[in-house]
Design a protein around this ligand. Structure first.
Ligand code: SRM
Ligand code: SF4
Length: 582
């Protein structure tokens, strides 16, 4: 047994631990709550359990004040998130999601930063039917949220090579293996017979146990040279090692995560650290043991310090590695060399494995019919004739994958007819942008994100034109609060909501997603954002070295200090050479 201090062990467990324990393996009183016709909401405890089933209760924040005024309960509604390893959906599934969004949701779909669909605005009365229809199309929502392993991410184009397809296969297997084993989901949503389970917790949930994990857990697999999954942001990241065209196994990175809380220096974004290499067929075993370490040692008292990154940082990387080796009964091998060259998407048509694949730009992942183009309708028309599949990318974009040469012409015509774009008319900055949902559905949003970033980029593009940088790839991300759902801490330029119309601005993330950025200006509004960015972009336009990325430049030019570990995130200095510049 270890003699290490177990983080948070000495303190009282958080209320969520009680809720999980008393829930009878995620059942709670969700069913009764759904049947209650008096309110459009469910109870607080059930709402926490509902997350494990892939849904959240929310309310429309645009309507909050008006409804309060009229003494009405908030406009309660539900968000549903699918579990879709590697972001793969068939055309039939696309059509079902498209139709459900129209019939039961707010009419739009969100392609998320973890390669899944989110649907917003579902009323309680329609929740079960929506879940059933999703399941009928062979997608599910189990463990899309909650204190369990979430959607497993992987490179979004498995047709690029045999190795890509093989890696997708592992992502799929991992996702299935790491699902909760309770029958609650099937009983509540799919009307399966209720099981009175008197077995031991270890038998009902052999990996998770009755308390599940202390916090959410995330796994992503990258295939170099592409780091589109932002492997260093994952609790557990795998980096495919390919030698002589064959997948040899994976480097294992632990303890990444993006979330923090404004003003609380005990919380910070962190990058995953590589602790070794495992052969391909061991990837499930390694994942299971890492998850069990987090289950046993994660902080169950303070949810703000409960992610695996804090377990890793408080117990130490050496301890985690040796505990993992002990549990495995064999040692991870020495990490192997690899190289990443970007974390964005590569747009347009590419050919691979005898088929065509079109990577479309979907601004902030929102699939809707807009005033100037009918994206949702266009994608529906494509789904009707498409014989391949769709791949949701980790950058909130979409690949129409596996298109035969025969179908390519038809799809190309539809893309043009509906004004969809592989980004020809956009700046490279916009093509490398992401924004989280934020208002009006996200209860935690402090500022706009998805609804605001496009117009801010319009204004930054004017500066980019002047600086001759319109075609220069710069990664920009916005989040409505420091939870970091768009993985902003890894962006070259990031905006994190502080209050209505106000953002913290961060600079200096690595172009390949390997380095954190650091705070450059606090609590600034649009005017100041543009005034601050302008001279830096102009200087970058003139002074950058050959091939130098913006994130590297702002460090070399002394705007911000390099941050390689989350432990230095709050102490990093800015404007190091300001006097010299003046
Ligand atoms: Fe997230 C909570 C949306 C990816 C870190 N996230 C939320 C909630 C559910 C708000 C809530 O708890 O009430 C948001 C729902 C908004 C809405 O109305 O839909 C939300 N997160 C999203 C999505 C939809 C953003 C998007 O625009 O794509 C992404 C869904 C991913 C998926 O399909 O599973 C999403 N969230 C992420 C990521 C990025 C990633 O996983 O690659 C992160 C940062 C990585 C990480 O986890 O460290 C992320 N979300 C959080 C956190 C902060 C966790 C932390 O460690 O502190 C929260 C809040 C929490 O858990 O308490 C959060
Ligand atoms: Fe909501 Fe914050 Fe996540 Fe944006 S970053 S979706 S505002 S929790």
């Amino acid at each position: 047994m270890v003699n290490k201090r177990i983080p948070g062990k000495e303190n009282k467990p958080s209320d969520l631990e009680r809720i999980k324990q008393e829930s009878n393996y995620l059942r709670g009183t969700i069913e009764e709550g759904l049947d209650d016709q008096i309110t459009a909401a469910i109870s607080d405890d059930d709402n926490k359990l509902l997350k494990f089933h892939g849904s959240y209760q929310q309310d429309d924040r645009d309507l909050r004040d008006e409804r309060r005024h009229r003494k009405l309960e908030p406009a309660y509604q539900f968000m549903i998130r699918t579990r879709m390893p590697g972001g793969v959906a068939t055309p039939e599934q696309w059509l079902v999601m498209d139709d459900l969004a129209k019939r039961h949701g707010n009419g739009t779909l969100k392609l998320t930063t973890r390669q899944t669909f989110q649907m917003h605005g579902i009323l309680k009365w329609n929740l079960k039917q929506t879940m059933q229809e999703i399941n009928k199309t062979l997608l599910d929502t189990l463990a899309a949220c909650g204190d369990v392993n979430r959607n497993v991410m992987c490179n979004s184009n498995p047709y690029q090579s045999e190795v890509h397809a093989e890696v997708y296969g592992w992502a799929d297997k991992l996702s299935n293996y790491l699902k909760p084993k309770t029958n609650a989901y099937h009983e509540i949503w799919l009307d399966e017979e209720k099981v009175v389970d008197s077995r031991d917790p270890e038998e009902i949930e052999p990996m998770y146990g009755a308390f599940y994990l202390p916090r959410k857990f995330k796994i992503g697999i990258a295939v170099p040279p592409t780091n589109d999954v932002d492997v260093y942001s994952q609790d557990l990241g795998f980096i495919a090692i390919i030698e002589d065209g064959q997948l040899q196994g994976f480097n294992v990175a632990v303890g990444g995560g993006m979330g923090s809380t404004h003003g609380d220096t005990n919380t910070y974004p962190q990058v995953g650290r590589i602790i070794g290499f495992c052969p391909t067929e061991k990837v499930i075993e390694v994942s299971e043991k890492v998850i069990m370490i987090q289950r046993d040692y994660g902080n169950r008292s303070n949810r703000k310090n409960a992610r695996f990154k804090y377990t890793v940082d408080s117990l130490g990387l050496d301890w985690i590695t040796s505990e993992l080796n002990n549990r495995l009964g064999w040692d991870l091998e020495e990490a192997r060399t690899f190289n990443f060259d970007h974390n964005g998407d590569r747009y347009g048509w590419v050919k691979g494995d005898g088929k065509w694949h079109l990577n479309l730009f979907i601004q902030n992942g929102r699939v809707a019919d807009f005033d100037d183009y009918s994206l949702k309708t266009g994608l529906r028309e494509i789904a009707k004739i498409h014989t391949g599949d769709f791949r949701l990318t980790p950058n909130q974009n979409l690949i129409i994958a596996n298109v035969t040469s025969k179908k390519k012409k038809e799809i190309k015509e539809l893309v043009e007819k509906y004004g969809m774009t592989a980004g020809e008319n956009h700046s490279a900055l916009r093509m490398n942008s992401m924004a989280c949902v934020a208002f009006p559905t996200c209860a935690l949003a402090m500022a706009e994100s998805e609804r605001y970033l496009p117009s801010l980029i319009d204004k930054i593009e004017v500066i980019l034109d002047e600086a001759g940088l319109s075609e220069k790839e710069i990664v920009v991300r916005m989040s409505g609060c420091p939870n970091g759902c768009s993985r902003p801490a890894l962006a070259e330029i990031a905006f994190i909501g502080k209050g209505p119309g106000k953002y913290n601005m961060y600079l200096g993330g690595g172009f390949t997603g390997d380095r954190l950025n650091s705070l450059y200006r606090e609590n600034i509004a649009e005017k100041e954002i543009l005034e601050t960015l302008r001279p830096i972009l102009i200087e970058y336009g003139k002074e950058r070295q050959d091939g130098e990325h913006f994130g590297d430049f702002v460090i070399r030019a002394g705007y911000v200090e390099e941050v390689r570990s989350g432990l230095d995130f709050h102490s990093a200095k800015t404007d190091l050479f300001e006097k010299a510049r003046k």
